[in-house]
Design a protein around this ligand. Structure first.
Ligand SMILES: [Zn+2]
Length: 392
């Protein structure tokens, strides 16, 4: 854990490394509650420190301060910036937390202790996100590991495929009553009324219609939402429509889209090479990683997809993957590498030496690796069948 998140000291005066964390939590809370003109206590704490350090350069109004937050952090922030945060990123983008700031906000709020959570007004998105961590924690303590695993896979698979639901959607699943009840907790009432139009995007889920335009949950993740675009869909809203809680939408659904792509691809491979690869397992070991592939030569691969905008914020997540794996991989979605040609180089430089059985790879390279392996297994099997025939 980084020194920047030594949160027992989050309140202590003079701990300059914490100002960044306080500012981020305070900003997020303020934006969620639309405190126009008012300031949350955590944000005020951070602003007091900044005013002292920046002196004449400190923005005169809250509006100009928020403008400042749209500039790269290293161009104005006077305190140390955590090494996991790309200093050339901004804190805000288009009036919301930037994608990188959001990722970092989740990262720190997942790691702070309960007492610190109570001292600060945590943003609702962070509290939502803690819901799924609490579920996971409960399941990890259950005696029947295989039932707990099945429950978690069903829950998580549902959440990454449904950005909105109705009670009927949930009742129509074949999940038991306890799971149906729990799923509903991850959704909240939506302002969309029955009979109105509800819009969804193939990439970022349910959209918001505002001032004649459609907005995704994170504009710098996905912003392209013309009403007639092929990836934007409109339908009539049913009664009692509920939408994913914001924190689950941001932290589970959005990265879940890259996981879903990989799951579909792995299922196709299983259909094409049934003798050489077992049924792919989702979220093995109660989320030790995203996917487990078992090959006919005895190799077991553990794979985790990491969809982070910046290699800086991804770095602390590159940890050994535990389990009975012969090889482990972190897979980076292609679009992240296409958007930043130095992504892999920066990431590899920052993570340094990795254990021998752990690799970090782009999505296309990883798929090629698996497909090549399966082809080799098939050729080998064909050769050995021919040899056996020849021996008779
Ligand atoms: Zn979108």
């Amino acid at each position: 854990m980084s020194d920047y998140v030594r949160t027992d000291g989050l309140n202590s005066q003079g701990n300059k490394q914490n100002i960044f964390v306080l500012l981020l939590i305070g900003l997020s809370y303020n934006l969620e509650h639309s405190l126009s003109g008012a300031v949350s206590p955590t944000l005020r704490h951070a602003l007091n420190h900044l005013a002292i350090e920046m002196q004449a350069e400190f923005p005169k109004t809250l509006t100009t301060f928020f403008k400042k937050c749209e500039e790269p952090v290293d161009s104005w922030f006077p305190y140390p910036i955590p090494p996991e945060f790309n200093p050339q990123s901004s804190l805000l983008y288009d009036g919301t937390l930037s994608e990188e700031a959001q990722e970092y906000c989740f990262y720190i709020t997942e790691r702070i202790g309960v007492s610190t959570r109570q001292q600060h007004n945590l943003p609702q998105s962070a509290l939502d996100n803690l819901l799924i961590l609490d579920t996971l924690d409960r399941l990890r303590h259950e005696d029947d590991r295989s039932a707990a695993q099945k429950y978690y896979v069903s829950l998580r698979s549902f959440l990454i495929s449904h950005s909105w639901i109705t009670g009927r959607h949930v009742r129509e699943t074949d999940f038991d009553y306890a799971l149906q009840e729990e799923i509903v907790k991850f959704y909240e009432e939506s302002p969309v009324q029955a009979g109105d139009d509800v819009y969804t995007c193939d990439y970022c889920g349910i959209l918001q219609f505002r001032d004649g335009r459609l907005y995704g949950i994170k504009p710098d993740y996905c912003y392209d939402h013309p009403i007639n675009a092929p990836h934007v869909h409109r339908e009539r809203a049913p009664h009692n429509l509920r939408r994913l809680r914001v924190g689950i939408h941001l932290r589970t659904f959005l990265p879940g889209q890259a996981e879903l792509r990989l799951f579909d691809w792995a299922d196709d491979l299983r259909a094409d090479y049934p003798d050489f690869i077992d049924e792919p397992e989702r979220y093995p070991g109660l989320d030790a990683c995203d996917l487990c592939l078992t090959f006919s030569d005895g190799e077991i691969w553990g794979i985790d997809v990491k969809d982070h905008k910046s290699p800086h914020s991804l770095t602390p997540h590159i940890q050994p993957i535990y389990g009975e794996y012969t090889h482990t991989f972190y897979v980076i979605p292609d679009r992240r590498i296409e958007a930043n040609s130095e992504y892999m180089e920066v990431l590899k430089g920052k993570v340094g030496h990795l254990p021998g059985n752990l690799q970090v790879e782009g999505e296309t390279d990883f798929r090629y690796r698996v497909e090549t392996k399966l082809e080799q297994l098939r050729k080998k099997a064909t050769r050995s069948r021919k040899q056996q025939k020849g021996n008779f």
